[in-house]
Write a protein that binds this ligand. Sequence first.
Ligand code: DX5
Ligand code: ZN
Length: 215
Amino acid sequence: MENIVSASVLGCDLARLGDEADRAARAGAKWLHFDVMDGMFVNNISLGVPLLSSVRKCTQMYVDTHLMICDPIRYIDAFADAGSDNITFHVEAADDPAAVIDKIHSRVSSAGISVKPGTPVSEIEPYISSVELVLVMTVEPGFGGQGFIEETVSKIKQCRELIDRSGKNVRLEVDGGINAETARLCRQAGADTFVSGTYLFNADDMAVAVKTIID
Ligand code: DX5
Ligand code: ZN
């Protein structure tokens, strides 16, 4: 599967979001990663439905929505209506992950399931063949600009094995502290989709930064 960079909007100049999305697209990022936080599942509040609707009007990029919210099934319709292409939720936040996956599939073509750094891969194992994307968090969700947690690399490897065993086309995404060095560790462990905020948007040359992540 082609390696993809998903540019995390949280790391850009939000007052110039349209231009920043263009800049990321021109640099070779294929996806735009949109972080949604509710101040409950994580200790921060970030971006919501009205902003995503505005983003949708100003970019053709594939919108990769990352819900860091409690009881995510409540907001699938809203984030689908706002223009998400993929919707990822956290297994820790859902009572019935299978129902959330069904709900996402009723609205958009790609569903993702995510684990925090401390959550074992066994929690998502039953759902891997029902989703299009698995997201292994490589920092504690909630804030951009944190350092990569190396212990998560073994979880990326475990997910790679489970995905390969499933025989399905499931993307393996990593999110948090991704830069040239940490992306290499993740690639070696089997990741193919790389969320990057701080490293990407602060790079002197964003196109070079994209290349260092995917090659
Ligand atoms: C963190 C978010 C990330 C964040 C990544 O909870 O899910 O998407 O924006 O930012 P960096 O690349 O700065 O770690
Ligand atoms: Zn994210």
